[in-house]
Design a protein around this ligand. Structure first.
Ligand code: C2O
Ligand code: CU
Length: 450
């Protein structure tokens, strides 16, 4: 398994992320035309610290415009890198990112209007690691590339010539590949120490959901969600990760036994549906994001000569205090649906804002010239998100939120941390507060991450 190079901020010299074309072996011996940052495919891991102001220069050596978004960053709309902020071919964009948030794993990826999917698919994506006092003092694995490993999981499809195939049948389901890569390769293996190993798992796929577990069904701990550490590590045997979501897990290899990270149908008796199943639309065969497909993803073998961090994990890893909901907090409702189903909601054809749209939120698709919601800065709000057509990873820019419920059930321990992307089969409800300004010119976005 390749480990992306670390790029750390040191004072005033900007971090340079340059997009260009290249060739990369997703499959051994097959040279595939790709794009990447500072290399043929994917990009370096940018590591920053809470409190820093980080200068970054993105340069575009591609032949098409690209917007680059920092997914999970709490920065003003101006610095968010949404579709309003395109970098022309040959152009560049320099920002200084004020990092003011707790330790977490975030990522950067294209957000070019109408081209986000294929640009990310061909290789434009990389991790952003944020450290803080807490993450530095916790007794957990933290040596990047040794016991703290980035695991960027993406599905891909190659044609007979070794070129990447990208085709989207319908917008509800999005692109699904037939091979799963980790940090850019298939059949990845990695030697790890005989101790605790921390995996920063990013589902960087366009549409596929994964239910990760280990081949021997061992217990591991989830220690962090999208936006930071959980209050305490949660022991689990499997974890579902949707496109855009990050989960940090810690696996104990002190018994010396290697293990394969796999994805596939639930092995637990109640399964995923026991925790999350929406009653209204749940059928026995209904599994969103192709969770029923099985893949072997990453083989982890134990090398006893590597320096190891031994358990147990600290009991407490964060101190998230959930605000008590107040009745005067604004409530916002979002419904994701395909307008062709409008009939059942009594909206006639002539009232549809867009006739040819495929999926929308509250009946509208993305329009660069429309600001759909205006939110007061620093004000807690309660957002209720529903899906009337399929399951979707709902993502919000510029903030993290705290789940209240999913599918009508109170949030589970493993999802009780800060998040910015959430699974919505039927419904999810969360508390959110925006700390920074986003203007009409550079607004934040909320959207399905497929
Ligand atoms: Cu990860 Cu608006 O995106
Ligand atoms: Cu969706």
């Amino acid at each position: 398994m390749p480990v992306p190079k670390l790029m750390e901020s040191s004072g005033d010299t900007p971090l340079e992320l340059t997009m260009g074309t290249g060739e990369w072996e997703l499959l051994p011996g097959i040279r595939t035309p790709t794009i990447g940052f500072n290399g043929p495919y994917l990009g370096p891991t940018v590591r920053v610290r809470d409190g820093q102001n980080v200068p970054i220069t993105y340069s575009n050596n591609l032949s098409e415009a690209v917007a680059i978004h920092g997914h999970g960053l709490h920065v003003p709309g101006e610095l968010d890198g949404g579709p309003q902020r395109e970098i022309e071919p040959g152009g560049s964009w320099s920002v200084e990112l004020p990092i003011r948030q707790q330790a977490c794993t975030s990522w950067y990826h294209p957000h070019t209007h109408g081209k986000t999917g294929p640009q990310a698919y061909h290789g434009l994506a990389g991790l952003i690691i944020i450290d803080d006092e807490n993450s530095e003092s916790l007794a957990i694995p933290k040596t990047y590339g040794l016991d703290d490993l980035p695991v960027v999981v993406q599905d891909r499809m190659l044609d007979g010539q070794g070129r990447l195939v990208y085709s989207v049948g319908d917008a509800e389901n999005g692109f699904l590949g037939d091979r799963v890569t980790v940090n850019g390769i298939t059949d990845a293996t990695r030697a790890v120490p005989a101790g605790l190993v921390r995996l920063r798992v990013l589902n960087g796929s366009n549409a596929r959901y994964y239910r990760f577990r280990f081949s021997d069904n061992r217990v591991f701990h989830k220690i962090a969600t999208d936006g930071g550490f959980l209050n305490e590590p949660v022991p689990i045997r499997e974890v579902v990760v949707l496109p855009g979501e990050r989960n940090e897990i810690v696996v104990d290899f002190s018994d010396g036994n290697s293990a394969m990270l796999v994805s596939g149908p639930s092995q637990s008796p109640s399964g995923d549906s026991g925790r999350r199943g929406g009653d209204r639309r749940r059928r026995n065969d209904w599994e969103p994001g192709r969770l029923t497909d099985s893949f072997e993803i990453l083989e982890l073998t134990v090398d006893p000569d590597l320096p190891a961090v031994r358990g147990p994990l600290p009991r407490q890893s964060n101190a998230i205090s959930r605000p008590t909901v107040r009745p005067d907090w604004p409530v916002r409702r979002f419904e994701m649906f395909m307008p062709e189903n409008d009939g059942r909601r009594g909206i006639s054809d002539s009232q549809r804002p867009d006739m040819d749209m495929v999926m929308g939120i509250n009946g509208r698709t993305m329009d660069m010239h429309v600001i759909n919601e205006r939110v007061r800065r620093s004000q807690w709000e309660r957002w209720e998100v529903r899906s009337l057509d399929g399951s979707h990873p709902f993502h919000v820019h510029g903030c993290s939120f705290l789940l209240l419920s999913q599918e009508g059930r109170p949030v589970s321990d493993e999802d009780a941390g800060w998040k910015d992307t959430v699974r919505v089969d039927d419904q999810a409800e969360f508390l959110v507060r925006f700390e920074h300004e986003a203007t009409d010119q550079y607004p934040y976005m909320y959207h399905c991450h497929i």
